[in-house]
Design a protein around this ligand. Sequence first.
Ligand code: HEM
Length: 527
Amino acid sequence: RTTFSTLDNVPGPKPKSWWKGSFDDVFNARAWDFHWDIAKKYGSVIKIPTFMGDNWLYIFDPKALHHVLVKEQYVFEETSSFVEGNKLLFGPGLVATLGEQHRKQRKMLNPVFSMAYMRDIAPTFYAIAYKLRNSLARKVNDGPQEIDVLHWMGRTALELIGQSGLGVSFDSLEEDSNPHKFAMAAKSLMPAIFKFTFVRNYFLSTMLKIGPPKFRRFIVDLIPSSWTASHDLKNIIDVMHSTSIELYETKKKAFATGDYSEMERAGAGKDIISILMKANMEAGKDDALTEEEVIGQMSTLIFAATDTTSSALSRVLQLLSQHKDIQEKLRRELMEATEDGDLNHDQLVSLPYLDAVCRETLRLYPPVSVLVRTSRRDAVIPLSKPIKGLDGQMIHEIPVPNNTNIIIGIMAANRNPELWGEDADEWKPERWLSPLPEALSEAHLPGVYSNLMTFLGGGRACIGFKFAQLEMKVLLMVLVKSFRFHPSKEIRWQMFNIAMPTVAEEDASSIMGRLPLIIERIDAVSS
Ligand code: HEM
């Protein structure tokens, strides 16, 4: 800690406090300006002072990103706090495992997210989208109404992954239906976890060394009920875990007896977990996952698919409400394309303007703005172009000691003006209709999707990125054809782990989001 290293020599913001450095500037609900300012001021490699003088590295340099996420992905792993925290929350699924165990799980799950699955699942997506449309249509039957779009997108995203991921319906999407307890738990999960960000980063590993799980649970039970955060989180985990086990046992019984009646009410056994369970039964001993690992994928999928998708959908509807011309142009494309009825998967994904609107939204407003990796040994991170160190010397690569935390600047990479041009921070779907800047293709960003880091890249990239795009496109197709969206109240997006909209004038400390928009019915929707 007393030796001056290359990492110390990297420019970055001054620490706000000796205790936490700039940690709270980087990770807080209003951190947008801080992230934009440091990207503009320091460029694509930034030193972030954190807890007690510890330095983290913030990167969006393309070569550095490629190195960390692809080339040396087993050196730069998820942080222990992320993996251990997720294991407590969801069990040993994809987001809670590392190295060989994670690779093995991806090997079993990657084929499930195939193009054939996407084609199969498209009708289920349409059916859910029409249910949503009919409920909204009933609400605006007598004229335009203010509606909380985030509420409906959240319920819909959960229903989409519920039916197509787990083969179960959590929500009839009726106005006054009682959501399933799992749906309630999933909805409260993100805000509940966010309260533990600092504790999770710095103390979780130590806390996990205290006695067996039963003892730790006993300790949590002793925490006074007035400190509700820990009890809320424990109750949420209990509901998600017990529901996953129930579902798993139902499916197992159905496979064993051949009686699919229970399962076929939703998903007809075509859901991700059923496909995984079948493949797992046929897999060799070396490839097969344990029951615990399969069960671990259930809450993982719900967690990974719900808030991300509803955040993206809410954002695109808000943007359309603010850009009438783009909304009309999109509607025209959708109307013309569907003169002869609904489009199948392949027709839908190849509509150019719909695609441009989705890509541009996911570029400028990635639901996940930053992620953290940690070096598991001493390593060297190469850079696309040298930066000037604090001592005036040029730095061409950065040696990082074992256990250095690296912040992956997803949003900063997606808005880098050196790659996207001077209008990088404007929402312009049209940019996707002409060839993209040469600098961008030459940069070789490691993202799995369209030169974007939104779904990350490498062995831990989002496994559901095609699923997410299809969800967005089906819902936009159905909703934009049926309704006109207008802005309502001033909205402030919170930079939680996943971006969430709130109403600016409402309680600033609220961590349950809301996105009121005025919805006007424009077609003869049969309700
Ligand atoms: C717009 C929507 C979505 C966005 C922006 C998004 C983004 C991401 C990102 C950035 C990661 C990397 C997380 C990390 O390394 O810590 C990730 C991982 C993951 N995503 Fe998504 N995601 C979306 C939708 C979905 C959907 C719909 C599914 C499932 C159907 C899904 C399943 C997963 C899973 C299982 C992982 C963990 C992969 C692994 O560790 O191997 N995501 N996602």
